[in-house]
Every structure is written in C-alpha cells, then in structure tokens.
Design a protein around this ligand. Structure first.
Ligand code: DLL
Length: 438
C-alpha cells in the first residue's frame, strides 16, 4: 500500500556501499566491450580498435572509449547494432525524432526483466505495491513509457489500469471509480487530467490519488509544485530514454532533490558538451550513460544531450546511488536569440513564478534568412482578465520576469484561459514560424 518513502525494492543493491558498487560496475564495464568485439559487428570492431582487450577495467577507464551518438543508431537502422540474434529478441521499441529515421531499440527476455526491476525501484520508492491501483496514462506502443511502467507496476504487484494517454474525460472517471492511488503521466498531461477533473466538478484532491510518477519531458520546480497542489499527491519524477532502456534510468525518492541513477546498470558521466571532458560534480553538463549489462543492445558512453548536474552527496533515503538534478535543457533545444542562449526550461521557470499565469505556454520563434531569431512567448492566464489595465499589468510582470531570467527583453502575448493546446504526451512548447530556406 502507498506508504511514506524509505521503502526499497532491492535494498541490498540500492544501499550498496560505494566500494562494492565500484567493483560491480568494474566487472560489468570490462565485459561489455569484449562482448561487442566478439559479436563480429564491424562497427564495434572499428570503434574499439584502439582499445586493448582487457584495457577497460573500471569506470575510471570509460573515458578512453569513444562516445556513441544518436546518428550511430540511425546509420545502422534498424537492427545493425544489436548483439542478440532476432531469435532472442522479444521486444522492439522505437522513437521517432523530428528528422530522419527512427532509432530502434531491442530487448531480450533478460533485458525486459532488468528494465522492470530498475523501474520497480522507482515505483517502490514512491510507495507503490500490492493493493494499489496504478493508472498508467502514458502512451502504449513504440514509446517506451506505456509498456515500461506497465511491466514494472505488475512486478511490484500493483493493479495496473492501462489507459494509455488520451480520452481524458474517461480517464478522470476511471481514476475516481477505480480509486487509483498512483498515476503515471507526462507532467503536462497530468496537469491536463487535473484540469479536466476540475472542469467536470471533481476535485482531484478529494480522490484517493497519493503519488504521481511524471517523466518523459522537462518539469520545472514550479510545475512540480503545481501538480502536487492541484492533485494532492507527492511527485516522484522519473527519467529515462529509449536508447538506454526507457523510463527507469533514474527515479526520485521524494526525500531529496534530483533522481537516483540506477548506476549498477546505467553508469552516468557528466561532460562538457563542447569538449567532451568530464565536469566536476555539481556543475552543469551533458549526461552520458553507459548501459553495459543489456544483452540485445548495450551502449557505451551514449550522449543523451540532456543537461543536468550530478551529486554524490548522501541522501536521507539511504540509497547510495548518485543523483542527477532535474533536466535543465537539451544541448539541441537551446535557442540563440540575439546572441543570448535560452533554454525553454528557463522560460517555464520564469513564467510560473508570475502570479496569474497558468502552466501553459508556447515559445514562438521567427527565423528569417540573414536575420537573427526573434522570440515571443504566449502565456495563458489563469482567469479572464477583468479589464484592460489588469491585463496590461500582468503582461508587464510576465515580460519583466522573462527579462530578468533570460537577460533578454521578450515580448509576451497573453492567451485566455484554456486556449493553448494541451498535450497527451510530450508537450510541444517551441513553435517555429516563418522559417524560409535561405
Ligand atoms: O521519454 C522515456 C520515459 C517515459 C521517461 C516515461 C520517463 C517517463 P524517449 O521518448 O526516448 O524516452 O525520450 C527520452 O525524454 O533524453 C529527455 O530529453 C526526455 N526526458 C525523459 N525523462 C525526463 C525528465 C522517454 N524526467 C528523452 N525530465 C530524454 C526531462 C526527460 N526530460
């Protein structure tokens, strides 16, 4: 039953002394390049040609290996990098991405077990177990969210309601009728669910819902607080990506900031995105992950493009695993406006600090040949402004907040309540307009 945190799915592993963890990781990183070499796949042979057999003997040696990037996966579409023969593969997922071929990932039976185990740790940290109804409102299908959480929730013994995303009014009714105590949804869809519940005259706070497990897109502190407040839940944020396994790479324990990386299987490094050199703990950089234990598709030093900070400060929950902060942006979602670097997450942070604005916004970019990118922000108001003066004051406050946060004067358009499109999965916040090819 949902109970306060400090419960573990796998206490021995989750609280492993750092020295033991290092030993475990060392064995795993040693094995993986050898498996790759033995596979006969030309890509691995070439990639590892400068590395002596047995050279990688600890996590500290990982830096000698080249990075893997998304294009490596695309270039070997669909199955070119898999180590397991198709006879051993029991699941395929894919993520579309905005350009080019999708990236395809594969799982053996053991990989599916490993995935459910690591994600189960996150669910149990949020108190989910037997006797709980968990509504799984992320997409089922090629997206890893739906089936990933489904298997993990089944493993911990919760009764899963596999609604997937969409059909929101019905979701809300089911949530009430089935007495869901846990919800999995993207943060933007969780907000939308709360909004629809309120519109149907149902206060989500009066429901048995106790814990939410949002992930798959950035969520500012303000957005998290809004979710907790609107739904009367504790939020346990989840992080992951299909290439590494799906959700279940890192999970929050609710007792400290950030998310514990399940680093017995997913080994994190944080590097300077330009130089690729490691940055010290506490500094922002790009998260690089090594997944040495998967059978079908292990990865060495995969560049996630996600920007975060890592800490090894002890956590009151007793877990010894490193934590990453909220994802602060992606190296590829940075917008350069009049020479200033802007991340959408900064815009969200600034807007949600302005009283009167709802957590729904769009960043509108106009790019014209030989002109600098211009940025406007459309921000939804919580209520219809009573008069022009109130509206103008709110607009001015929003512009000021953005100006301070970004160091850039940014025009703000106010949008009436409930006019910015809601998403069922990952919200689209940045819209490019007037793009012409030069
Ligand atoms: O989004 C897996 C997932 C599903 C995670 C459900 C959590 C919950 P992809 O579709 O491959 O996989 O997208 C991965 O989503 O590189 C991040 O940029 C972003 N992302 C995932 N979790 C978070 C998070 C799933 N908690 C990409 N905060 C990643 C911010 C996140 N961004």
């Amino acid at each position: 039953m949902i109970s306060p945190a400090r419960t573990y799915w796998d206490r021995t592993t989750e609280t492993m002394p750092p020295g033991e963890l290092e030993k475990l990781q060392a064995g795993r990183v040693q094995d993986c390049p050898e498996r790759m070499r033995a596979s006969g796949v030309a890509y691995y042979r070439e990639r590892l040609s400068g590395i002596e057999p047995g050279e990688i003997r600890s996590v500290d040696h990982l830096g000698r290996l080249p990075f893997t990037v998304k294009d490596d996966l695309r270039d070997h579409y669909p199955f070119g990098l898999f180590l397991a023969p198709i006879q051993e593969i029991v699941r395929l997922h894919a993520s579309s991405g905005s350009t080019g071929k999708p990236t395809v990932v594969a799982y053996t039976r053991n990989d599916l077990k490993l995935w459910a185990e690591t994600l189960a740790r996150g669910l149990v940290a949020g108190g989910v177990g037997e006797g709980d109804v968990l509504q799984n409102a992320v997409g089922y299908g090629l997206f890893t969210g739906g089936l990933g959480f489904h298997d993990a929730a089944s493993l911990v013994g919760a009764a899963v309601v596999p609604t997937g995303a969409g059909n929101t009014a019905r979701q809300v009714t089911l949530m009430r009728d089935f007495g869901a105590r846990a919800l999995v949804a993207t943060p933007s869809y969780a907000l939308h669910l709360a909004e629809v519940a309120l519109a149907e005259g149902m206060d989500p706070r009066s429901l048995p819902l106790r814990a939410a497990f949002p992930g798959a897109e950035p969520m500012s502190e303000e957005m998290e607080a809004e979710l907790e407040d609107l739904m009367g839940v504790t939020v346990y944020e989840q992080y992951g990506l299909s290439e590494i396994i799906g959700p279940g790479v890192a999970s929050s324990c609710g007792l400290s900031e950030g998310m514990h990386v399940w680093e017995d299987h997913f080994i994190p490094e944080v590097v300077d995105p330009e130089s690729g050199k490691p940055v010290p703990d506490g500094e922002v950089g790009e998260l690089v992950l090594t997944a040495p234990t998967k059978e079908a598709f292990p990865l060495l030093r995969y560049r996630t493009r996600d920007l975060t900070r890592m800490t090894r400060e002890p956590c009151p929950c007793g877990r010894t695993f490193a934590r990453i902060s909220k994802i602060l942006g992606r190296t590829d979602d940075m917008i350069i406006v009049r020479g200033v670097n802007v991340f959408p997450s900064q815009v969200e942070h600034a807007l949600l600090g302005v009283e009167g604005l709802a957590p729904h916004y769009q960043i509108l970019l106009s790019t014209r040949p030989n002109r600098q990118t211009e940025m406007r922000v459309r921000a939804e108001t919580r209520v219809q402004a009573a008069d022009a003066a109130t509206r103008a004051a709110l607009q001015a406050r929003a512009q000021e907040a953005l100006g301070t946060a970004l160091g850039l004067s940014t025009p703000v358009e106010l949008a009436p309540p409930r006019t910015i499109p809601r998403s069922e999965g990952k919200a689209v916040r940045v819209l490019s307009q007037g793009v012409e090819s030069p």
